[in-house]
Design a protein around this ligand. Sequence first.
Ligand code: PHE
Length: 382
Amino acid sequence: MPSAENSTEKTLAELGVRTPEAVSALFAGLRERANKEQRWIDQSDKFEQFRVKWVGRKSGILTQVTENWLKPSDPELKRIVGQVLNEFRTHLQRLVDQAQQDLDVRAGQAADARERIDLSLPGVIRPTGSHHLIRQVFQEIEDIFFSIGFSVVEGPEIETPYYNFEALNIPEFHPVRDDMDTFYLELPPSSDKKTAPTPLLLRTHTSPMQIRTMEKHKPPVRVIVPGKVYRRDNPDATHSFAFHQIEGLAVDTDITFCDFTGTIEYFVKQFFGPSVKTRFRPSYFPFTEPSVEFDVSCPFCGGTGAAAGGGTCSKCKGAAWIELFGAGMVDPAVYGFVNYDAKKVSGFAFGIGIDRLAMLKYGIDDIQVFFQNDVRFLRQFP
Ligand code: PHE
């Protein structure tokens, strides 16, 4: 029997193979070798060697068999050689496919092993943040007004003088502009002359959203507007150049002063507790008429003005009342700016300073702590 190693380099005649049985035996030997070598494949480079050696087009064993055994074989043997060669080819292809598949599975398993999560390892502790106290107070107030039919809208912090002043019945050179002096932006002039004259400014209050809301919606309107506002104030314990307000606006065909005070009273009791009392004093805002200032009976001394251990209450300084916020019935002049019929509609508006309210409710005596973001402070209000 010729050596199996180089048998494919010779012809069948040279190998002395003349019968169909001998042909079959020869192929069986090859098949055996291929099977054995395929079992050794454990890496992709070995796979490649195997593939090239057996089915490589140029000088693979399959090609050699075709060239050396089939083509020159005697006509009477050719048919049988062709047939066995076909089976052998199919067999080799199956070996190659199988090896490839095994390698893929192995690679998948290795990747899985690499990515496996070891549940016994200690975890990474991610500190959870919490809402800033101002955000919490916003939420508290929004919830209260939401429960009585108001919806929440927000507006731009960069405003035009038209929305911040003019449409709120504050013409140029009106003295109240002095109280609200603010930051003006230098921006390229806008082409839209009516709504965006330059310069633009950082809004001094959330009241511009009264106008923007009424421009968009016909009555009835019931909205609150939380947001940041800006004034050119020097920072101290009660002033900051940026602070927070919630605007409120309710306009309908039959809203009375009673609805107004009732709504405010409901809000104050929800926020400070059922035992506080409210009162209002006359005030002045160009966009409300009449205008009022709401006070709440001091929640700290129970409205007595006296401290528990004697002396005067430090929070209200003995006054028994604490000033809360400005409000009023919407001035009919404002309706003129938004095409509402001042004869048919009426309503009220209010502007609550959130920082002040939060300081009152939570006994904080310096507004600056809201902006310093010292975690030792923030952690007290998880
Ligand atoms: N916008 C006023 C301010 O910031 C407050 C206010 C709002 C007053 C609505 C009346 C009505 O001082």
